[in-house]
Write a protein that binds this ligand. Structure first.
Ligand SMILES: CC(=O)N[C@H]1[C@@H](OP(=O)(O)O)O[C@H](CO)[C@@H](O)[C@@H]1O
Ligand SMILES: [Mg+2]
Length: 549
């Protein structure tokens, strides 16, 4: 074992070209590793080796490696690793990713890989299979070379899909490992599967009422824009997509004042396009795994329909379809502490769908959603999907084949369409858009009809930089702050002064800072509550820079 790995690392992998300059500390966090791309060559090289080893461990299952920094600025880049069912890398291996990225020298890298190989008793006769994709960032091509060097050292079968969205790569990985029952690992199969089921459902919708198929699409000047242009040829006339922020050649524009993260964080329309009252705006992020909707009214007031809204829309619709189909299926929704309190109330009280709350990060939501027959999960920022248990999928298809009752049969057919247009591996802006458009059309709703289903509690998300965010520890799905000691007591007493107040703090997993979330009866109060709690964090945890105001 030792000799094998030593040979791979020291001879085959060209490791001498990828030294760790030792200037930065990396962490495989909420969603992989992200950093300024200048510091990432050795990281990508090592992740290439790790992912190949993971495939060998999993007996030649295809695993994925996506080179992206999602909604971060153009200068950043990073990596997301994908496990065989298209889900995110198992958390037990995240630790190795972090350790390897930080290993000071090549001998350490070698020793760590030997450790992993012997811990899992890895059988080196398996040939690894690695699927690779990247977003539109300039640095992607250079970092790809580093990844390839690492991956090929293990004599892997490598498939480089070039520039694709993150969810496409997740989909492709699942296709291979399900022996292609999920689809073929190529873009044509992806578009065809998702779009055909969308078009089939659209034909069942006879009365559009207030629904409009026109979408103003904000592509964040990234891969989402590039791929939407391809998708349009598959959609034909089922949707009218007007493209904006689709300048992928001007890479410094990526995510700049546009895209899902900008719109959600700043609670304002994307720039780079004319915003017309009551038009329907769709914004995706830099790797197209997030989506939010928005519009303005005749008074230029801005309305955001974020992940919470999408989750409630989808949960209500799916629940109704199951009622109509006569099938008794448990449908549940998974949220995080960032979900608006009124969305949780609406889902539990009005839609009567159970809600679970888990820590931030799609991996936690995805995992929890598996507890339900049909689990819907969305982060408030617009990352989410629907998971159908295999047995339920089968039940729906079998029942649909024999159902005689017309109404029940129609509901089952609609459920099949929804299943087939869902990319169940991970949040997927394209798939989610098709689902939202389907439900809006079925309901006969305009975007403002959708907005009227419930009203959000005013809220504010803010952040504070502290000396060491690792001193923070949280509990109860991040709703309680355990460390620094004493902080939770202070937060409780601040919150108690506010009507409908709620606030929590947690260290970010993607940035070096602490996030503060606050909700209250008015926007003024939510803002004020956020500042008060941010100040408490700043004071107790050695805040860095300007005091919150
Ligand atoms: C409040 C917030 O939106 N946090 C985001 C952000 O994580 P942080 O750990 O909060 O930095 O990035 C994650 C990856 O994209 C995403 O999963 C998560 O929801
Ligand atoms: Mg993303």
């Amino acid at each position: 074992m030792d000799e094998w790995i030593e040979n791979v690392v020291e001879v085959e992998s060209n490791i001498g070209s990828y030294p760790n300059p030792g200037t930065k500390v990396f962490q495989y966090g909420t969603s992989g590793i992200r950093y300024n791309s200048e510091h990432l060559d050795h990281v990508q090289h090592r992740m290439g080796m790790l992912v190949a080893l993971r495939s060998i461990h999993l007996k030649s299952a295809a695993v994925g490696l996506m080179i992206t920094a999602s909604h971060n600025p153009q200068d950043d880049n990073g990596i997301k690793l994908i496990d065989p069912q298209g889900e995110m890398l198992d958390s037990s291996w995240e630790v190795y990713a972090t350790e390897l990225a930080n290993a000071p020298n090549n001998q350490d890298v070698c020793a760590m890989l030997i450790n992993i190989a012997s811990k899992y008793n890895i059988d080196k006769s398996y040939i690894p299979r690695v699927y690779i994709g990247r977003d539109t960032r300039n640095s992607g091509k250079r970092l790809l070379e580093a990844v390839l060097c690492g991956v090929k050292a293990f004599k892997s079968n490598v498939e480089d899909f070039g520039i694709i969205t993150t969810p496409m790569l997740h989909f492709f990985v699942r296709c291979y490992n399900t022996n292609y029952s999920y689809g073929q690992p190529n873009e044509h199969s992806y578009y065809t599967k998702l779009t055909n089921s969308f078009k089939t459902l659209r034909k069942m919708c006879l009365d559009l009422k207030n629904y409009s198929p026109i979408i103003e699409f904000d592509g964040a000047n990234g891969v989402g824009a590039l791929k939407m242009k391809d998708a349009i040829t598959y959609l034909e006339d089922s949707l009218v997509i007007n493209m904006h922020n689709d300048d992928i050649l001007n890479t410094e524009k990526l995510n700049y004042k546009c895209g899902a993260d900008f719109v959600k964080s700043n609670q304002c329309p994307p720039t780079g396009m004319t915003i017309k009252p009551h038009s329907k705006y769709v914004s995706v992020d830099g790797d197209a795994d997030r989506i939010v909707y928005s519009f303005i009214d005749e008074n230029n007031k801005f309305y955001l329909l974020d992940g919470d809204r999408i989750a409630t829309l989808v949960a209500g619709y799916i629940k109704d379809l199951f009622i109509d189909s006569g099938l008794d299926v448990n449908v549940g929704l998974v949220q995080t502490a960032y979900s608006n309190g009124n969305s949780t109330k609406y889902v539990t009280e009005k839609l009567k769908v159970p809600v679970a709350c888990v820590p931030t990060g799609v991996k936690y939501l995805h995992h929890k959603a598996n507890d339900y027959d049909v689990g819907i999960y969305f982060e408030a920022n617009g990352h989410g999907t629907i998971l159908f248990k295999d047995a339920i999928r089968e039940l729906i298809r079998n029942q649909s084949a024999i159902e005689k009752d017309e109404a029940m049969s129609l509901a089952l057919k609609k459920l099949i369409c929804i299943m087939d247009m869902t990319n169940e591996t991970v949040g997927d802006a394209y798939s989610d858009m098709l689902i939202v458009e389907s439900v809006l059309c079925e309901r006969g709703w305009s975007i403002s009809d959708w907005y009227k289903t419930y009203s959000d509690l005013p809220n504010r998300l803010t952040k504070v930089t502290v000396k060491d965010r690792n001193t923070f520890e949280t509990g109860d799905a991040e709703r309680i702050c355990i460390k620094p000691e004493g902080l939770q007591g202070i937060i409780d007493s601040i919150v108690s002064k506010y009507s409908m107040g709620r606030s929590f703090v947690r260290p970010s997993g993607t940035e070096d800072l602490v996030r503060i979330y606050a909700e209250a009866d008015t926007q003024f109060n939510a803002d004020k509550l956020a500042v008060e709690v941010a100040t408490a964090v700043y004071d107790i945890a050695d805040g860095v820079g300007k005091k919150p105001e």
